[in-house]
Design a protein around this ligand. Structure first.
Ligand SMILES: [Zn+2]
Length: 211
């Protein structure tokens, strides 16, 4: 009895048995919408008391806020953009679905329009994706009937990094573009460098003091 019982009662065993199937349905929902929305335009003109525009800090701020930030991630680049052309997405997002679409298998319906699975054409599956007007060209065929399915940008201390991947509706190839400022550092990398410099400076100062 003991073996049978132990296996059936063991939570570890149950978990390893059941996780794979439940995980298939609990796939994380990744938004198709690029997180690139420009900062909301402030309602400067709507101020009921009519604040004078001659106040310098305020008008400078207004000018700053009027700037179109939509594609600022790709302004004033200091080095080349890295590119790749692939038959499958390089970004992991949508890669499973893409394989299914290519095989003619059903894929999950966008939760905002319904639920369940459906066999879809590429056009149908990508109907909510938008073109990135900063990078409209397909790197494979040069066409501009492209839609972006992955976009990510990181800004840190004025330095920038971004990734964009688009799908061409004409040739169905994926165009990948990524960029990183040569001196881009994430906050933790920046802190590490600063910390190491502090340690070096301290050691140098101690050395001088001892001499
Ligand atoms: Zn193309």
């Amino acid at each position: 009895m003991s073996l049978q019982r132990a296996r059936a009662d063991s939570p570890t065993w149950r978990r390893s048995r059941y996780v794979p199937s439940s995980r298939a349905f609990a796939r994380p929902r990744v938004s198709l919408a690029p997180s690139r929305a420009a900062p909301a335009t402030p309602a400067i003109d709507a101020h009921p008391l009519g604040v004078s525009a001659s106040q310098d800090p305020a008008s400078a701020k207004a000018d700053e806020e009027k700037k179109d930030w939509t594609h600022a991630y790709a302004d004033d680049l200091q080095t080349d953009i890295y590119t790749e052309v692939n038959a499958d997405p390089k970004a992991t997002v949508h890669s499973t679905e893409w394989r299914k679409i290519m095989r003619g298998d059903p894929v999950e319906i966008n939760p905002s329009v319904g639920s369940g699975l459906k066999i879809m054409t590429v056009d149908e599956w990508t109907s909510r994706w938008k073109r990135n007007d900063r990078f409209p060209e397909c790197l494979a065929c040069g066409g501009t009937a492209t839609k972006e399915h992955h976009f990510m940008q990181t800004w840190c201390r004025g330095k920038k990094q971004f990734e964009s991947e688009t799908l061409c509706m004409d040739c169905h190839m994926f165009s990948w573009r990524s960029y990183s400022d040569p001196d881009f550092m994430l906050p933790e990398e920046y802190d590490k460098v600063r910390w190491e410099k502090m340690v070096r400076d301290k050691a140098a100062a101690d050395g001088v003091a001892r001499a």
